[in-house]
Design a binder for this molecule. Structure first.
Ligand SMILES: Nc1nc2c(ncn2[C@@H]2O[C@H](COP(=O)(O)OP(=O)(O)OP(=O)(O)O)[C@@H](O)[C@H]2O)c(=O)[nH]1
Ligand SMILES: [Zn+2]
Length: 231
């Protein structure tokens, strides 16, 4: 199986041709059945296809695509999806991780807290935003600090659910650092809860992962105690 297949790929034989969809067609500027294999496409082709589809959506909504404020929107949205907010779907954008020898014999936990999270909910395609706090205890290697932020950012730039985001960051850190001793807490607001549906602007969602030594109460407590520190 190719990497990310379950995230991205729709098997070609599962995508119905338009004539199989069984409902009336709305004729718009983009009316070609598309059978998509995301792995075969480069970013430019993705942008081109998404632009056409998004124009279709705007036309169905009744928006005036000749308006000078709107006419560039399909292209802007397509570029934003592929190159910015969903760029973490492309494994080529995975950050390279710089590791150093733990020459300083620092054997305590390292906590990188208040990492900004901007993601998007895969159910509604609206933003999730908040903070991630990650920690690890070195098993011999030390990671460049910014790489912790970059790993969080890479997995955030996908259509996500917060639980998966938390586990993906944990798995990446465990593999990069060759240790089970990692912890992640994410505290985030979901616009799909705030601005629509239940419209609750007060709640936030907290997810956590504790591996290895962080499963011990004292270590977990120490990690959590650092989260309330102000620098
Ligand atoms: N577990 C989990 N659920 C999420 C996340 N982001 C959004 N959701 C929820 O996904 C659910 C989707 O449920 P549906 O009932 O299919 O969608 P809906 O009819 O739009 O639901 P409402 O938001 O209640 O109006 C909603 O309850 C969302 O709040 C997430 O990161 N994790
Ligand atoms: Zn949602």
């Amino acid at each position: 199986m190719k990497q990310n297949e379950t995230l991205l790929n729709i098997p070609l034989d599962k995508v119905p041709a338009d004539e199989e969809l069984g409902h009336d067609h709305i004729m718009t500027s983009y009316d070609t059945p598309v059978r998509v294999d995301a792995f075969e496409m480069d970013d430019d082709l993705k942008v081109e296809l998404i632009e056409k589809h998004f124009r279709h959506i705007m036309e169905i909504l009744g928006l005036d695509l000749t308006d000078d404020s709107l006419k560039g929107t399909p292209g802007r949205v397509a570029k934003m999806y592929v190159k910015e907010i969903f760029s973490g779907l492309n494994p080529e954008n995975k950050p390279s991780v710089t590791l150093f020898e733990n020459k300083y014999q620092y054997n305590q936990m390292l906590v990188e807290k208040d990492i900004t999270v901007f993601s998007n909910c895969e159910h509604h395609f609206v933003p999730i935003y908040g903070k991630a706090h990650v920690a690890y205890i070195s098993s011999g290697k030390v990671i460049g600090l910014s790489k912790l932020n970059r790993i969080v950012q890479y997995y955030s730039k996908r259509p996500q659910v917060q639980e998966r985001l938390t586990v993906q960051i944990a798995n990446e850190l465990k593999e990069a650092l060759q240790t089970e001793d990692v912890a992640i807490v994410i505290d985030a607001k979901h616009m799909c809860v705030q601005s629509r549906g239940i419209e609750d602007t007060g709640s936030s969602t907290v997810t956590a992962y504790y591996g290895g030594k962080f499963e011990q109460e004292a270590t977990k407590k120490e990690f959590l105690s650092y989260l309330s520190l102000t620098s």
